[in-house]
Design a protein around this ligand. Structure first.
Ligand code: ZN
Length: 138
């Protein structure tokens, strides 16, 4: 089994805010990410697919196709968007990296299988800052 990864980048705005809490509690829990007038992050998404190399190509997954898939179905939906108000699959959810990565998985895992049924999405890693990232294995 070989694991192949592709990195993509997007910029997006959000606000971490639980409407059931007071402004004070939101500030205590979410700090600067609770800022009323939004703020942005430079996100990095790392998509890892696993499988055995195709005997005809030597590839676990065509990286060009992986880049196209991630761009079409993820990056175009979130890049330069406000995650709280512009992104249908985040509607009604707290715009955290954790919730975001779960939604990304639901979209990407079936697309990966569609392109190469012998392969599978292994993990997603989402960097919100160079120091903070979340990882998801489905
Ligand atoms: Zn933030």
């Amino acid at each position: 089994m070989v694991f192949v990864s592709r990195r993509e980048h997007f910029n997006a705005a959000h606000r971490l805010y639980n409407p059931q809490w007071s402004d004070q509690k939101n500030e205590e829990v979410f700090g600067r990410c609770a800022n009323v007038n939004w703020h942005g992050h430079n996100f990095e998404l790392i998509v890892t697919v696993k499988g055995n190399p195709d005997p005809d190509t030597g590839f676990v997954f065509d990286m060009k196709k992986m880049g196209d898939l991630v761009k079409e179905f993820i990056i175009e939906k979130v890049d330069h968007k406000n995650l709280n108000v512009d992104v249908p699959f985040m509607e009604g959810k707290l715009a955290s990296c954790e919730n975001l990565i779960i939604e990304f998985w639901k979209i990407l895992a079936p697309k990966i299988k569609e392109v190469r049924p012998d392969s599978a999405l292994h993990s997603l890693k989402l960097y919100e800052t160079p120091n903070n990232f979340v990882e998801y294995f489905g």
